[in-house]
Design a protein around this ligand. Structure first.
Ligand SMILES: Nc1ncnc2c1ncn2[C@@H]1O[C@H](COP(=O)(O)OP(=O)(O)OP(=O)(O)O)[C@@H](O)[C@H]1O
Ligand SMILES: [Mg+2]
Length: 331
């Protein structure tokens, strides 16, 4: 449904996409995972005909983006990285406008708009101007707009960035139901948990090229064994504990001084944990937490790109939508 072969894109002398290759089978979700500046949005813009490739073959739903951009546009729905809604129109009017642009008649446009407003929990603000919506509400309206015409391919650029935890779960549910209906989805994300939850396949991109791909499990098993995490009680013990673990492990441990955590691959699992705890005890290092765990996508990402992925934003935005909607109404 999506095929990208040997895609290059330069901005002046800067190479944003560097021989990028991707493939998405019908009805599958591809998660494009990468740090800031990796080339995710540039890829999305090429796929959606907003940007012309310098070279390479790119087809979406069987249509070439260069030769047949109109057919590509008719086959896709896009929700860009920054929500694009008309602030002067109400939520309802925004969706009706999109439906009309896709050629739906007045009656079915209104019906579809109401259906989506309900699905995205925007019914109670459907008659309010989108300009008064909160960030999360705009994001949900924009996502609804992307699927108005039930396109074959939906492309979502960081669909849950800026959403609170409930908004994120809702969005995940919507994406899953799209896939249940046979829609093909390409989504970009900086959140490993999101890729892990939603994507059949994950392509990790960095500096404009794919540096790893596979299912979440395949990527995790690439870095192999289980891992040990040790948190020391005292910051002054961290260095000594790190040296002890380095002596036991075959790979250098990662040390995070902020969280006082030492993390290291443990090929022989619990044997190594027992030995580490014995040696730490002998060296008088107080251990606050010790755990044996499977590698996460975060470990994969760190190993591949040399940097940690974004952590999911936590509960600080977690106002209930009812309260959020109320606030917007007052505004
Ligand atoms: N129009 C442009 N002109 C010049 N450079 C650009 C342009 N668009 C993107 N770039 C550069 O290309 C690189 C890739 O950008 P892109 O927006 O695709 O990254 P991204 O993976 O979407 O990042 P983010 O996670 O921050 O959204 C970046 O270094 C960016 O500065
Ligand atoms: Mg981007």
């Amino acid at each position: 449904m999506i095929r990208v072969q040997g895609l290059y894109k330069n901005f002046g002398s800067f190479r944003a996409l560097d021989d990028l290759n991707l493939e998405v089978e019908p009805g599958q979700v591809l998660g494009l995972l990468g740090p800031n500046g990796a080339g995710k949005t540039t890829t999305v813009r090429v796929l959606t005909t907003l940007l012309s490739p310098d070279s390479g073959e790119v087809t979406v739903a069987g249509h070439n983006v260069k030769k047949d951009p109109d057919s590509v546009r008719r086959s896709i729905g896009l929700s860009g990285q920054y929500a694009a809604v008309d602030e002067k129109l109400t939520g309802f009017e925004n969706l009706v406008m999109v439906a009309r642009l896709y050629g739906m008649n007045r009656k079915s446009s209104a019906a579809r708009a109401n259906e989506l407003l309900d699905e995205f929990r925007l019914s109670d603000v459907a008659g309010k101007r989108a300009g008064a919506y909160s960030g999360g509400m705009r994001r949900r309206l924009d996502l609804a707009g992307a699927i108005v015409a039930r396109p074959e391919v939906v492309i979502l650029d960081e669909p849950t960035t800026g959403l609170d935890p409930r908004g994120r779960l809702d969005t995940w549910a919507v994406i899953s139901s799209l896939v249940g209906n046979g829609t093909t989805v390409l989504l970009t994300t900086q959140y490993l948990e999101e890729a892990d939850q939603l994507a059949d396949n994950i392509a990790v991109i960095d500096a404009g090229r794919v540096i790893a791909e596979g299912t979440a499990n395949e990527l995790k098993s690439r870095i192999g064994s289980e891992r040990i995490d040790i948190v020391t009680a005292l910051p002054e013990n961290l260095e000594r504990a790190g040296a002890i673990l380095a002596g036991i492990a075959s790979r250098a441990p990662e040390i995070d001084s902020q969280t006082r955590t030492i993390s290291v691959a443990a090929p022989d699992g619990h044997h190594m944990l027992v030995r580490a705890l014995e040696e730490l005890e002998f060296a008088d290092v107080k251990v606050l937490e010790a755990a044996l765990r499977r590698p996460t996508l975060d470990d994969v990402f760190l190993q591949l790109t040399g940097q940690r992925a974004e952590t999911q934003p936590s509960g600080d935005e977690s106002s209930l939508h009812a309260a959020e909607n109320q606030e917007a109404l007052q505004a």
